[in-house]
Design a protein around this ligand. Structure first.
Ligand code: HEM
Length: 143
């Protein structure tokens, strides 16, 4: 029966390399996702739409899907379950918020001010997600 405590690591029975590769992939997707989000947000805020650039619509969605998919795979690997692991619950809630803010920036924001605020808020939420992931705590700097 696998332990579901907050500090499990892969067993060490030959699967550590696989875990490290998956985590490296997940972190690469996170960096790419951030870079694309910053770039797309800056274009939208400067009224330079990306709708005409097919790759700029497909690549970010693909990267985000890979980011979420690899995150789920990591959680499965570590036997971490949302609502049992507070850090994962907090991270998932923040991911949902990040996605929602992304929609406000890219589609639903009615004014430049709203879009700009949503963009900044999304970057703050992204920083929180990374802090939660690194610290494995829902309150990263508070213990
Ligand atoms: C915007 C979305 C996400 C970002 C920016 C992100 C970022 C990261 C980062 C930077 C790490 C490496 C932390 C370290 O140094 O150990 C990580 C690990 C991890 N992430 Fe994500 N992640 C995201 C989404 C998800 C999702 C949706 C899940 C699960 C459903 C998830 C589950 C995990 C797990 C289980 C780990 C391994 C933690 C460990 O080794 O202790 N992530 N994530």
């Amino acid at each position: 029966m696998p332990c579901r405590c907050g500090s499990i690591k892969p067993s060490g029975k030959g699967d550590d390399l696989g875990f490290a590769i998956l985590k490296g992939f997940h972190m690469s997707c996170a960096s790419l996702s951030l870079g694309l989000f910053v770039w797309r947000g800056m274009r939208v805020l400067h009224h330079r739409p990306i709708a005409s650039m097919l790759w700029a619509r497909i690549v970010p969605d693909t990267v985000d899907a890979l980011l979420l998919g690899s995150g789920v795979a990591l959680a499965w690997w570590l036997h971490q379950i949302p609502f049992e692991s507070p850090w994962l619950t907090a991270k998932l809630a923040a991911v949902v918020l990040y996605i929602g803010l992304g929609f406000v920036v890219m589609r639903f924001g009615r004014s430049d001010g709203v879009r700009r605020m949503a963009w900044v808020a999304a970057l703050v939420v992204f920083a929180y997600i990374v802090s939660v992931a690194v610290s494995r705590s829902p309150l990263p700097y508070l213990g």
